[in-house]
Design a protein around this ligand. Structure first.
Ligand SMILES: [Zn+2]
Ligand SMILES: [Zn+2]
Length: 185
């Protein structure tokens, strides 16, 4: 898979980096998360996505790619903060597709924005917290996202996000009901 990261042009690309040398990570089996310091495996068998850039625990990423997903040519290498969620439209021949939930990442160093597929082993609770935190995104950030054609999901999308992260509502209700019953016994 090579489409897990939709590249959005950076406003400026740094030529030198404090975060290491470019192009040296393509064969590594993992990396240490720059934010929570957890070890992140890049083996696609576990995450279900190729070119894994972000940590499944805190969902922070690294600014690695320059021109195309997986090229690892960016000199920046700075941590990228998960700032919100968006839906990437899927192209369906008949009718609108449901679309895939994606993470929006912002580079803390150069302000580059990118959107990334949520991996199978990403923490859904963390993703939901990021979604709720994104309701406070400032006007400047919304302007930058608009310029990239990305719409950050907001409170009106809460149900959609919940279903995509945690499953159907009925499943959740059933699960909560069962857990309540268990507590009463
Ligand atoms: Zn992390
Ligand atoms: Zn950057």
């Amino acid at each position: 898979m090579n489409d897990n990261l939709l590249q959005i042009p950076a406003t400026r690309e740094k030529s030198r980096s404090r975060y290491g040398q470019p192009g040296r990570n393509s064969t590594e089996a993992g990396f240490k998360c720059a934010y929570c310091h957890g070890f992140v495996t890049t083996q696609s068998g576990l995450s279900g996505v190729g070119n894994r850039n972000h940590c499944p625990l805190c969902l922070w990423s690294r600014h690695l790619d320059l021109y195309a997903p997986g090229d690892r040519l960016s000199a920046c290498k700075a941590p990228m903060q998960p700032v919100g969620l968006t839906i990437k439209a899927t192209r369906k021949k008949y009718g609108p597709g449901r679309g895939e939930l994606m993470l929006i990442h912002l580079c803390r160093e150069c302000d580059k924005l990118s959107i990334n597929r949520i991996a199978a082993d990403d923490d859904p609770q963390t993703a939901f917290s990021i979604f709720e935190g994104s309701f406070q995104l400032d006007v400047g950030m919304h302007t930058s996202l608009d310029a990239c054609g990305v719409r950050a999901l907001d409170a009106a999308d809460r149900d959609t996000v919940h279903v995509q992260l945690f499953g159907r509502k009925s499943d959740l209700a059933e699960m909560l009901f069962k857990s309540n019953v268990y507590e009463l016994v």
